[in-house]
Design a binder for this molecule. Structure first.
Ligand SMILES: Cc1cc2nc3c(=O)[nH]c(=O)nc-3n(C[C@H](O)[C@H](O)[C@H](O)COP(=O)(O)O)c2cc1C
Length: 210
């Protein structure tokens, strides 16, 4: 397969929440996780673990927890209230994933790391885990696979523990559904650089960013 240019990969990797059933071969799963582990991480401690869930019963059990968490986070009235068609499409996709996490994507990767207590610990650990997730998503894109970083399950993490057999000291950071899709990759909707960038100090525009 021809490899995508790095910038094209970055610019066209968006959250995709609808999947085809084709299984992701284990060699590719290993490659995606290898890419994830190339991310920067505090003290090179590499405190991550990845649980690749391909088994349909296990996916269903994990997806059920996600569905309950999603239903609590986002009642259907939320979707009905959105009038902007693009925003509606995005949120409809999120609702779709809420209902199908356990049945549609052929692969779920649960990304794990150490639990933290202080806000400092939690931020530095998250700053280590999430770059790995982004590497994983970019690698998936390069292999023609779609995915989505999700965290909505977190309030119900306790229900995942027995399903995944998680040791007490391990926390979950994301559930990433991965698979082939018929959805379109990129472009993404983002605020322009000039709106989010300052030069030298807060409030001063960076020349050339409009
Ligand atoms: C920390 C974080 C948590 C997220 N959690 C969820 C989630 O639980 N469910 C979901 O469908 N999308 C989730 N997303 C995806 C965002 O909704 C998505 O990145 C955002 O809407 C921008 O869309 P795009 O990635 O397609 O450009 C999450 C993204 C991040 C960074």
């Amino acid at each position: 397969m021809d490899r995508l240019d790095l910038l094209e990969t970055i610019y066209t990797t968006r959250s995709i929440r609808r999947f085809l059933p084709d299984p992701v071969p284990d060699e590719i799963v290993a490659r995606l996780i290898e890419a994830a582990t190339r991310a920067p991480n505090g003290r090179n401690a590499q405190p991550w673990h990845f649980i690749a869930i391909r088994d349909s019963h296990q996916r269903l059990a994990v997806g059920e927890v996600y569905r309950r968490a999603w239903d609590e986070y986002s009642p259907p009235s939320r979707l009905a209230a959105i009038t902007d068609p693009r925003e509606r499409r995005r949120v409809a996709g999120a609702f779709h994933l809420g209902a199908t996490m356990g049945t549609e994507p052929p692969l779920l990767i649960v990304v794990c790391g150490p639990g933290g207590t202080s806000s400092f610990e939690m931020r530095t650990t998250a700053a280590t885990i999430y770059p790995a997730v982004q590497n994983l998503l970019l690698a998936a894109r390069a292999y023609g696979l779609a995915g989505c970083l999700t965290t909505v399950h977190l309030p119900r993490e306790a229900e995942l523990r027995p399903i995944l057999g998680l040791p007490d000291e391990v926390a979950t950071y994301a559930i990433v559904p991965i698979g082939r899709t018929t959805e379109r990759f990129g472009p993404l909707r983002r605020r322009p650089v000039g709106e989010v960038t300052f030069a030298e100090r807060w409030g001063q525009p960076l020349p050339g960013t409009g």
